[in-house]
Ligand binder design. Structure first.
Ligand SMILES: Cc1ncc(COP(=O)(O)O)c(C=O)c1O
Length: 401
């Protein structure tokens, strides 16, 4: 295991000043039990073998790396490659941690999995895990996202999940987390709140990162095998930051530049983007310390991005830490650039990306010109089937982009 991963976070779940677990007293014993169960499971050969079996025979791992030859030629400069998490079962990286969280829930004797979802990918992945393990599933989703990501709502219901619409505040991802926490308080004895990213109180940022580490491990080996070298740059979109931590963790001890791409929405004005590291300040949200976009009253600010899965006014504590240490560079792509990348990857490579992943593609396309002869590996975190109705109804087929 990487020297970095072994030493981060601390036992209390801190990455430098960020992380920890600020919990309401009734949840303290439940999170302690999750920590203890994960400690035991992560050292268990049976758990590791069962997870490997699931990844191979159910998820379809390893996912490949594709050389984006046409897009590289169009952009001129660096060669672009994509780690194809869109080909992971259910169409995104989220299943990597959901199947492991399902195993954890079974080990703890829980009968229900519950979580928030933004784009619906985590909800679909968790509903899939619940079906696989024969558990109940409860997914909280903002009304705005329900309207925007209708195919994923149908998929969750087909998989047997109860979808709870969230109608307060901004009716988006932050409120879905609030709503799920409230519901979890009364059923923590029987349910596991399988948080959908590297956010939340300890141990979730560490645990979800460890479950997503498979992406980075595979990608490093595959890229070496394919090109004989490591990539010069690795990039991923950052909402909470799970797909980014998954791929970054495979290269964190290497001399490889890492770029997290935040959603810059429609402008740099508060409320019109969700670029937490770019514009945020230190604070606390949902029981952990991190960087936060705050309004004038010091509360989490409203956020906007075209990608529902990136629509969060906080970020995983490890990203805030890696920003402060300088090991990872954080940059952004706005709605228009992400849409441009969505159409470009579809048309020139035959891959329709999720709008979330399109942010990383947009950055790579922009950056390619500045790096002739270099290589950029994009974590293509998910496929865009969920987005095609929204995109074509609002932006046609990319005319003028
Ligand atoms: C395809 C895809 N990529 C990325 C994300 C953002 O999550 P994270 O930053 O945890 O990878 C989501 C969230 O729903 C998603 O569906």
């Amino acid at each position: 295991m990487s020297a970095y991963l072994k030493s981060h976070p601390t036992r209390e779940g801190f990455f430098g000043a960020y992380g920890g677990a600020m919990l309401p007293p009734p949840l303290v014993p439940h999170f302690a039990a999750i920590r203890e169960a994960y400690d035991r499971l992560s050292k268990s050969a049976d758990f590791i073998n069962e997870l490997r079996y699931i990844r191979k025979h159910f998820q379809g791992r390893p996912t490949p790396i594709s050389h984006l030859k046409n897009l590289s030629a169009i952009c001129g400069g660096a060669q672009l490659y994509a780690k194809r998490e869109d080909l992971n079962h259910t169409g995104a990286h989220k299943l990597n941690h959901c199947m492991a969280e399902g195993l954890l829930a079974r080990f703890m004797g829980k009968t229900k999995l519950m979580a928030e979802t933004g784009a619906g990918q985590h909800g679909v992945a968790l509903a899939t895990a619940a079906a696989y393990f024969g558990m109940e599933c409860e997914i909280h989703m903002g009304e705005i996202d329900i309207a925007k990501e209708a195919p994923n709502v149908t998929r969750m219901k087909l998989l047997g999940a109860t979808v709870v619409p969230v109608s307060f505040g901004g009716r988006s991802l932050k409120e879905a987390v609030d709503s799920c926490f409230m519901s979890y308080m009364s059923q923590a004895d029987t349910a596991l709140f399988a948080i959908g990213s590297v956010v939340g109180p300890h141990p979730f940022p560490m645990m979800v990162r460890d479950f997503q580490h498979v992406v980075g491990v595979e990608a490093r080996e595959q890229f070496l095998d394919m090109t004989g070298e490591l990539p010069d740059i690795v990039t991923a979109c950052v909402g909470g930051g799970s797909n980014a931590m998954g791929i970054f963790s495979g290269f964190i001890d290497d001399d490889v530049a890492l770029y997290g791409v935040e959603p810059c929405g429609t402008s740099s004005k508060l409320g019109e983007h969700a670029a937490t590291i770019t514009y945020g300040v230190d604070g606390e949200i949902h029981g952990f310390k991190t960087m936060v976009l705050k309004d004038a009253a010091g509360e989490p600010a409203p956020v906007h991005t075209i990608a529902s899965g990136l629509d969060y006014p906080g970020v995983g504590p490890e990203h805030a830490y890696l920003h402060r240490t300088g090991r990872v560079n954080y940059t952004g792509a706005d709605d228009k650039e992400a849409l441009g990348a969505f159409f470009a990857l579809s048309r020139h490579e035959g891959i329709i990306p999720a709008l979330e992943s399109a942010h990383a593609v947009a950055f790579a396309m922009r950056e390619a010109k500045a790096h002739p002869g270099k290589s950029i590996l994009i974590n293509l975190s998910g496929r865009g089937d969920k987005d095609i109705d929204y995109v074509t109804e609002n932006h046609g087929f990319g005319e003028g982009l």
